[in-house]
Design a protein around this ligand. Structure first.
Ligand SMILES: *Cc1c(COP(=O)(O)O)cnc(C)c1O
Length: 429
């Protein structure tokens, strides 16, 4: 047995019940969903701001650049909000660069991560004047040097090292172990730095790591930091002076009963360690994604059919794995809330499944809910790695997205149409 029939939203203080209805800030979600149709992503602007403020409070005026790990949620309105708050951005593609620029983000606050940067992406980032490339291999350094030299520019680079620490998270979102594709093994880092400083067109400015996602304790970060500080000491004897240290993202949020890792806890630990090691002058860069947006959104869905069977009770909803793939991909747990809780129906245990033709197409299992056909449900904690991972599998239009702001709401992405889906395809002549 799992969640109670109608609890308050867990970890999402900007979503709450009032007058028997779930609200985002002051907007009731039942009429919103009836007006705009479902599935529908709804975000809270105040929740985005509150998440940003938690970082700023922890930073307390020190030299820390927060670069939003925008792959978590790359909607233009979300990016524009963080740009307005002064955020930098951690990008992983040329497409993400274009989005940041379209949203009014400051190119001088962009760091570019990712193992597979193509030539056009490097050219575009150099032209934009980004802060730094987080280089992940010797071959990438060669390419960065070649493109920078050919275009008469300088590429500022950090090396992403793999500190071989276990972030104790799901294997698909753990990135700091030796057998991941990410980063340069820390044992090889000195040699690769020597190579980097010898290459034309490069300016070596930093050191970077990102050890995983949904990390719940400070310990793995401090393990990584110790290894990085040892490396910085060694590099100094090699004559390599670095300007910044990038600890990546990965701070965990509360989905069910996890303890969220507050930025304050991380930064207190990191500042203390930097002080002890005489490295307080280093600029710190963070790349949080999930912890800035994950609990700022819900996914609204309507129950299409109730299908009790001998083995299980299925509630077939109009949201599916193509809209929110985390349960299918990582067996992720998302809370489920009735939008308008009902008293006139006994609670039963339901599996919430979508219409997609895959047995893996489920969003929640074994949930105690009092529901009828046509009822609305809210899938909680759907602000990160949710719409950003949506696709058109089964030729389903991707959902619309709405940003609530106090008593107002704005459609920040209209629902996709069948015309949108067919655009660009053609039949053989
Ligand atoms: C995904 C990613 C992030 C953001 O991770 P979160 O767990 O969402 O904070 C930051 N940096 C890099 C390099 C990433 O790949």
């Amino acid at each position: 047995m799992t969640s109670p029939v109608s609890s308050e939203p867990v970890g999402q203080p900007h979503f709450h019940y009032a007058n028997g209805q779930l609200h985002a800030e002051q907007v009731a979600l039942e009429p919103l969903a009836r007006q705009l149709d479902t599935p529908l992503y709804v975000y809270s602007r105040a929740a985005l701001q509150a998440a940003w403020t938690r970082y700023q409070d922890a930073i307390a005026g020190r030299d820390v650049l927060v670069c939003y790990g925008m792959k978590a949620n790359s909607n233009l309105a979300v990016l524009a909000e963080f740009a307005r708050l002064g955020s930098g951005f951690d990008i992983v593609s040329g497409g993400e660069l274009a989005r940041v620029l379209a949203a009014g983000g400051d190119p001088a606050r962009i760091v570019f991560s990712g193992v597979g940067k193509k030539v056009w992406e490097i050219e575009a980032a150099l032209t934009a004047g980004i802060k730094c490339f987080n280089a992940e291999s010797d071959a990438e350094l060669e390419r960065l040097s070649a493109v920078a030299t050919r275009t008469g520019q300088t590429a500022r680079v950090s090396l992403r090292v793999n500190p071989d620490v276990d972030a104790q998270t799901h294997p698909y979102i753990s990135t700091g172990l030796r057998d991941n594709k990410f980063g340069i093994a820390i044992e090889r880092a000195r040699e690769v730095y020597r190579h980097a400083v010898s290459l034309p067109g490069l300016e070596v400015v930093g050191l970077d790591c990102h050890i995983g996602s949904q990390i719940e304790s400070v310990a793995p970060y401090l393990d990584a930091l110790d290894k990085l500080l040892d490396l910085i000491d060694a590099l100094e004897t090699d004559g390599v002076q670095l300007h910044h240290l990038d600890l990546g993202g990965g701070l965990g949020i509360r989905y069910e009963d996890e303890t969220a890792l507050p930025p304050q806890a991380l930064l207190d630990g990191v500042f203390e360690r930097l002080q002890q090691r005489g490295r307080s002058h280093l600029q710190l860069v963070l790349e949080p994604g999930r912890s800035l947006v994950g609990n700022a959104g819900v996914l609204l869905t309507e129950v299409q059919y109730l299908k009790p069977t001998e083995a299980r009770n299925f509630a077939i909803i109009d949201a599916a794995m193509n809209d929110l793939i985390r349960p299918a991909l990582y067996q992720a747990w998302h809370g489920v809330l009735p939008v308008t809780p009902r008293q006139d129906e006994p609670a039963q245990t339901w599996d919430l499944v979508g219409p997609v033709c895959e047995s893996g197409d489920w969003l929640a299992r074994q949930r105690v809910l009092a529901i009828r056909q046509g009822d609305l449900l809210a899938i909680e904690s759907a602000g990160a790695y949710a719409m950003a991972m949506a696709c058109n599998y089964n030729s389903r239009n991707r959902p619309a997205e709405v940003m609530v702001d106090g008593a107002d709401f704005h459609i920040i992405r209209r629902r996709e149409t069948l015309e949108d889906q067919l655009r660009g395809e053609s039949i053989l002549p």
